[in-house]
Design a protein around this ligand. Structure first.
Ligand code: ARG
Length: 467
């Protein structure tokens, strides 16, 4: 092979990240080969000892990656034969790199999911705490970026807690599909050796072996799913970032970022820039791009393995890494930012934000909603031309728009009451938001338990394989 061919075809730079999983997969495989009497016990034991040594080398950072080799799987096998001699070559009986690559990648992604879910849940907890401290902080709620109805900051932040909750959920659902073991599918058609796929699947902590060997070596649905989960999570982070950028501007002034998580300008001494939020917003670009890369790479591939598929790892690993960093930084930003409740309340005073409540009031007095909408529209125009807020208009003037309006209107259209009275399930009233917080806390706990439980499964697997 020409040097340029090696350089062009190598995946080592990226798949080195799979090294430890490759050793675990090989350990499970050799134990199975031994138990099924496929290779002599002496060779199997020597191979297992060699693989354990490689695992130690990887953990201590001594394992040397030989970049004259094509990928990490070849590196591990090469090092193994260095340690145990030609008998090491018996490890590759009844398997192929095609099933091996997919098995390793799945193991890598299982851990990546657990790590990501843990990070997301930490962010959710952080947001829940900020929400709890701001259950009475009233701010404008927007549609079309226009003042719509008053809400609380708690309600607004809890919206993201539920968005991120779905991101966790999606990862956990994908995890169920990742967690099937292709090992033993061999190159594509299975093998003539009497292997025990259930045994290898079980010893690597997989739920079960995959069903069809041709599907197994050509399936990268799980990689595409990971890219999608990352991209949508990145979109959610990007929206929140956009709001943080807006809110920290002079025009809004709702929040101030902590100095640790903002930057200055090289020329304008007064500047405090929300660069972290901007970078998170910007990085959604690569997460979305990576999703498109994976889907495009897979499109139209004939069965079964094709070398194109080697291109799956870089985008997926990069997305996961970059989005995980974004989640961490978001956590730090939101849990340290200062909230200016006065500025938020001042903002609520603009834009006749309680107009819907006046219309609803008229409805309770028997006016059909469409008519009420028109009446309030006229009252709003009156307010705009007179520079008044609806609740500042004297009763006698309000009555000119509708004689159904009475003294009790002022309680209904006070901004605080607008919030308090929206106590429908999921609404913005403090009591509704308190329930959202309670439910979200339970969901955080459930997901954290999932992470703990699954992590323990793998710890047990690895210690059994290494024991
Ligand atoms: N480096 C390759 C990959 O990551 C290994 C698979 C090789 N299989 C093959 N048939 N050439 O996909």
């Amino acid at each position: 092979m020409d040097d340029s061919t090696l350089r062009f075809t190598s995946s080592l730079e990226v798949d080195a990240a799979l090294g430890y999983y490759d050793v675990m997969g090989s350990l499970a495989h050799v134990k199975m080969l031994k138990k099924c009497n496929i290779i002599p016990k002496g060779d199997a034991d020597a191979i297992a000892t060699g693989l354990k040594k490689i695992a130690e080398e990887m953990e201590s950072g001594e394992f040397e990656i030989d970049d004259s080799l094509e990928d990490i799987h070849t590196c591990v096998e090469f090092r193994l034969t260095e340690i145990v001699g030609p008998g090491g070559g018996k490890l590759h009986t009844g398997r192929s790199r095609n099933d091996q690559v997919s098995t390793d990648f799945r193991m890598f992604l299982r851990d990546a999911v657990l790590e990501m879910v843990e990070k997301i849940e930490r962010l959710r907890m952080g947001l829940i705490e900020v929400a709890e401290n701001n259950s009475g902080s009233i701010m404008p709620g927007f549609t079309h970026m226009q003042h719509a109805q008053p809400v609380t900051l708690a309600h607004h932040l809890m919206a993201y807690v539920f968005k991120f909750g779905r991101d966790s959920e999606r990862l956990i659902e994908s995890y169920e599909r990742i967690n099937e073991c292709p090992l033993g599918s061999a190159a594509l058609a299975g093998t003539t050796f009497p292997i025990d796929r259930k045994m290898t699947a079980e010893s690597l902590g997989f739920k079960k072996p995959t069903e069809n060997s041709m599907d197994s070596v050509s399936d990268r649905d799980f990689a595409a799913e990971m890219a999608f989960c990352s991209a949508l999570l990145a979109d959610h982070l990007s929206s929140l970032s956009e709001e943080l950028v807006l809110w920290s501007s002079q025009e809004f002034g709702f929040i101030e970022m902590d100095d640790r998580y903002s930057t200055g300008s090289s020329i304008m001494p007064q500047k405090k820039n929300p660069d972290i939020a901007e970078l998170i917003r910007g990085r959604s670009g690569s997460a979305i791009g990576h999703l498109v890369s994976v889907l495009t790479m897979l499109k139209g591939l004939p069965l079964t393995y094709n070398r194109d598929m080697q291109e799956d790892k870089r985008p997926v690993i990069d997305s996961l890494q970059s989005v995980a960093d974004c989640v961490d930084m978001m956590y730090k930003m939101v849990t340290t930012m200062k909230v200016d409740t006065k500025r938020m309340e001042e903002a609520v005073g603009k834009g006749q934000i309680n107009a819907t409540d006046l219309a609803d009031y008229l409805v309770t007095k028997g006016v059909p909603f469409r008519e009420a909408h028109g009446i309030v529209g006229a009252a709003v125009r009156h307010c705009i031309s007179g520079g008044l807020r609806l609740e500042e208009v004297p009763l006698a003037d309000l009555k000119k728009f509708s004689d159904r309006i009475e003294e009790d209107v002022y309680d209904v259209i006070s901004v605080r009451r607008c919030v308090e009275r929206r106590n429908s399930y999921g609404g913005t009233s403090p009591s509704s938001v308190a329930l959202q917080i309670e439910n979200a806390r339970a969901s955080v706990e459930e997901k954290m338990n999932f992470v703990t439980y699954e992590s323990q499964v793998y710890e047990r697997c690895w210690s059994r394989l290494l024991g």
